[in-house]
Ligand binder design. Structure first.
Ligand code: ACO
Length: 343
């Protein structure tokens, strides 16, 4: 993995986010499925989520977040070299959302591709951007995480454990090179660490459509009747692995850079469940005020949670230039990752 000892370094130049305006409280969704504010709040910490209206695609949310990140970074879109787009809810099966976003942003010709790593997608994307910049191949990379979950949820009693967890939204960062060797206190990405264990792929997945359907079509009436187009999750297994892997990944990041937990100014975790983040914090002895959570307002926006959290933290005055940030995520795959950077 990357390290601050390499001659080239990358840094986050700017951040932006966007969520669709319509808010759905737990009480609102209790009217459309068999659930309650009490159940959702107690088990997950979620109070509300934003869901996109008709005619809005994942890349429409991504476009606004990307434009805001470019403005915040003071980078012209013409100066971008690549788009890395993290999503599990692309506008279409193919091509990837990165291509649709590139066309909407109006930057033809530059590299554009998708990262399919679900809740860990943003950190995988950040790592890809970091490596491109460290090798000198690119100077400015847009990394976007965006999702529309609200159109892919099973709202029957079988699917309600998953359906209540997710929101729609997008977040983006512009990653750029550092001029020369960065000083210790300058913005820079120190490291990223990426992991996966495909043995657990079916603990949190969507089976169809797919080429493994054993039929001539990627989706059939039978798979639809079995509701295989909706996410299926073994929530308890996900929980148990998340509270193990996130601390591991965090400590790996700190150890690789000779830093201690006390050196970190802000922890930006993926937002799957407030209880997961509380348990990670408790295990490591992190003061709760150093963990910035947004799940209460936005629910789980998968690849978008970390850049949305970063943008919200900046707006709330909790994240300032020069602060040391540790980020960790865990999700479907299973995949998990961490990043340590000075903002
Ligand atoms: N509303 C009301 N009751 C519900 C709901 C709901 N939305 N969902 C399930 N229940 C009921 C169940 O039917 C069950 O009832 P029973 O006791 O009568 O059988 C009861 O609540 C308990 O259900 P469990 O599934 O055992 O609930 P659990 O305590 O495990 O909590 C939860 C479920 C919140 C999903 C938890 O397992 C969790 O957070 N897991 C981690 C999820 C996660 O991190 N996902 C992120 C991954 S996203 C990604 O990577 C794409």
């Amino acid at each position: 993995m990357s390290s601050a000892k390499t001659l080239k370094a990358s840094r986050i130049l700017g951040v932006g986010s966007y969520v669709p305006p319509r808010v759905w409280t737990n009480d609102d969704i209790s009217k459309m499925m068999d659930t309650s504010d009490e159940w959702i709040r107690q088990r997950t910490g979620i109070e509300q989520r934003h869901w996109a209206g008709p005619g809005v695609d994942t890349t429409d949310l991504a476009l606004v977040a990307a434009e805001r990140a470019l403005e915040n970074a003071k980078v012209k879109k013409e100066d971008l070299d690549a788009i890395v787009f993290a999503t599990l809810s692309p506008d279409h099966d193919f091509p990837g959302g990165g291509c649709f976003l590139q066309a909407k942003l109006g930057v033809p010709g530059i590299a554009a591709f998708d990262v399919r790593q679900q809740c860990t997608g943003f950190l995988y994307g950040l790592s890809v951007a970091d490596q491109f910049i460290k090798t000198g191949m690119f100077k400015r990379v847009l990394v976007v995480g965006a999702e529309i979950h609200s159109r892919g949820m099973d709202r029957t009693p079988e699917g309600r454990d998953v359906a209540v967890l997710f929101g729609d939204g997008a977040g983006a960062v512009v990653v750029g090179d550092c001029d020369g060797m960065p000083a210790e206190k300058d913005s820079q990405i120190y490291s990223t660490h990426l992991h996966a264990d495909g043995a657990f792929a079916k603990e949190l997945w969507v089976a169809a459509p797919g080429s493994a359907m054993g039929a001539d079509f990627r989706i059939t009436h039978e798979t639809l009747d079995r509701r295989e187009q909706f996410p299926q999750m073994n929530g308890k297994t996900v929980f148990v692995h998340a509270v193990k892997r996130m601390p591991e990944a965090l400590m790996e990041a700190l150890n690789a850079n000779g830093k201690k937990l006390e050196d970190v100014d802000l922890f930006l975790f993926h937002q799957a469940n407030l209880r997961i983040n509380e348990m990670v914090g408790k295990q490591l002895g992190i003061p709760p005020e150093k963990i910035f959570n947004t799940i209460q307002k936005f629910a789980n926006t998968t690849a978008a949670t970390i850049p949305i959290g970063m943008d919200e933290a900046v707006k709330a005055g909790k994240l300032k230039k020069g602060m040391l940030v540790a980020s960790a995520a865990f999700g479907s795959g299973f995949t998990w990752a961490s990043a340590l950077f000075r903002y």
